[in-house]
Write a protein that binds this ligand. Sequence first.
Ligand SMILES: Cc1cc2nc3c(=O)[nH]c(=O)nc-3n(C[C@H](O)[C@H](O)[C@H](O)COP(=O)(O)O)c2cc1C
Ligand code: SF4
Length: 682
Amino acid sequence: MSNDPLLQPYQLKHLHLRNRIMITSHEPAYSENGMPTERYRAYHVERAKAGVALTMTAGSAAVSLDSPPVFDNLLVYKDEIVPWMKDLTDECHEHGTAVMIQLTHLGRRTRWDKGEWLPAVSPSHRREPSHKAFPKKIEDWDIDRIIKDYTDAAERMYAAGLDGIELQAYGHLMDQFWSPLTNTLEGPYGGDTDNRLRFTFDLLKSIRQRVGNEFIVGLRYTGDEMLPGGLNAEDGLSISQRLKESGMVDFLNVVRGHIDTDAGLTDVIPIQGMRNSPHLDFAGEIRSATDFPVFHAAKIPDVATARYAIASGKVDMVGMTRAHMTDPHIVRKIIAGQEDSIRPCVGANYCLDRIYQGGAAFCIHNAATGRELSMPHTIPAAPQRKKIVIVGAGPGGLEAARVAAERGHEVVVFEAASDAGGQILLTSQSPRRHEMISIIDWRMQQCEAMGVTFHFNTYAEADTVLAEKPDAVIVATGGLPDTEVLASGNELVVSTWDIISRSVKPGSNVLLFDDAGDHAALQAAEVIANSGARVEIMTPDRSFAPEVMAMNLVPYMRTLQQKDVTFTVTYRLHSVSRDGNELVATVGSDYDDGSRDFTQSRRIDQVVINHGTLPLDDLYFDLKPHSVNEGEVNYSDLIDGQPQKLNKNSEGQFQLFRIGDAVSARNTHAAIYDALRLVKDL
Ligand SMILES: Cc1cc2nc3c(=O)[nH]c(=O)nc-3n(C[C@H](O)[C@H](O)[C@H](O)COP(=O)(O)O)c2cc1C
Ligand code: SF4
């Protein structure tokens, strides 16, 4: 038996947990009509097979009709969920993983124009800044109804054979009762602490009456709202004690902070560039004060920190949630002594930010997560060894190299630069986003271990590639910034890449025209603003930086709002001209219908353009006539997971494909997904 603290079993009442690593509840938005169907199940089963001790399914599974999901959450108020949850649970159990689910009523943290268009309810009329519904103030009949809904939902999960449930109490209805900031009720459910906790204890009693004392019931709750006038750490400790002493709760899953704003949420669930394990000590304080089972997760991305969390006795079960989205096989790799090969979570938060924009949670650099039914986490060997030449060692090219090498192919990579990384080399220039370089480092480590040959400082021409006599060629040459977007004055502007790479010095009074809405604009703005310059970020869109998304925006705003930065939306830069030492920018608007003049001008000393990239595709077009498929991809076969078989050119010598930004400007996930889904069948 290993003496690794992480691999020690844990006994929670009657439940044997095989190690100390859990996945905390997170809604990946893979459900279909609120049901955890095959895709949802496959996602959890992949992680169960690899050894995680406990998976807390769902995230904010909705118990009531007036708690409509904001991101495709499971609908536990429907009876039809029982067989789906039973299938998921049974299959995870077969692999030794315990299964629980998080149940909730969102209270004001939702919208009235979702689901059945019922009013949101909360113990006050106070609006939640994030979701913006003005809630109805909860009435007695709502309370009775919602307690019954929770109880029915708990019974459904009991019937489905789950090991337990967790009630969500941070930012949702339950702690909206707790917090003086969101509870203005009078009478039995408002006022002093006892009254504000009454809803929770009434609910727990009702659940216990229905499912008995054996079924595991825990709370995931904030132990300190960290808001003026909100619940503080002392209140949190007192609530923790009361929960324990009630005898109705089996574990405390500790959170610190508030999630009613994007900034608050980002402090609760920190992203890249923010401190690791910021709330671990706090969770440890609750554990030592209560001497009760404590679970906790908040940016504990690596095994060493997780091990410390357990070894130091701060928590009983450590959550590695996003870490498992990046690498589902963490536990298997720890057991096998392969910790070094764990794909690292880089805190990009693409997963979480996407669900708030209505998408499914995808990991920025594991394209198989959430696609377990079609994309492998472990690449099978190819029936026949081939020679694969890859041009470009950015994220897409390196993923192609890694997957091809896993297939057992001979792989040769050409890269014009002296280092691998492509655009990620630029991204990671920002100290805050430096963790991104692990996307490259991990792939380089994997490729080197599998014997991939790299030729750096080599600008591959068609002849270079042909001389290799490849069976397949992947062009992953990326793109270069497209700044030719103005009616005149294109020669007077610089690109965001020029600024981020420091190849051009920031001016002192800068107009940054962002027509792509992605990280590059804000990253360049940060460099400019940090130099002491004034910068105006202008976009023709109705909001700025839409591709950066909510939680990723937080650290940018924390920097930019401290500096001399202004934001202008709905205006478009038309042209730039020179006037002595100054530049004159002419600005218009897409809303201009000619009835009045929208035109403005700016006098600045530098114009920076962010407008995506244009593909570097010369090599691809040079190679096309030499290939059997003339570069064509059969999309049906690609999507069905079939090998590419097109043979259009009897003289052709190899298959040819291009991926990532060498096709069109997209993002890191797209480049990696292009590579995985193509090369897994080569
Ligand atoms: C896609 C996604 C959805 C999440 N949804 C929920 C949720 O519904 N309820 C919840 O309590 N936590 C949710 N979380 C937060 C996680 O449970 C966890 O606290 C957070 O990711 C920090 O842990 P980590 O750093 O190990 O990922 C979500 C996280 C992610 C990535
Ligand atoms: S998208 Fe980023 S934060 Fe989310 S799991 Fe992947 S690496 Fe981690």
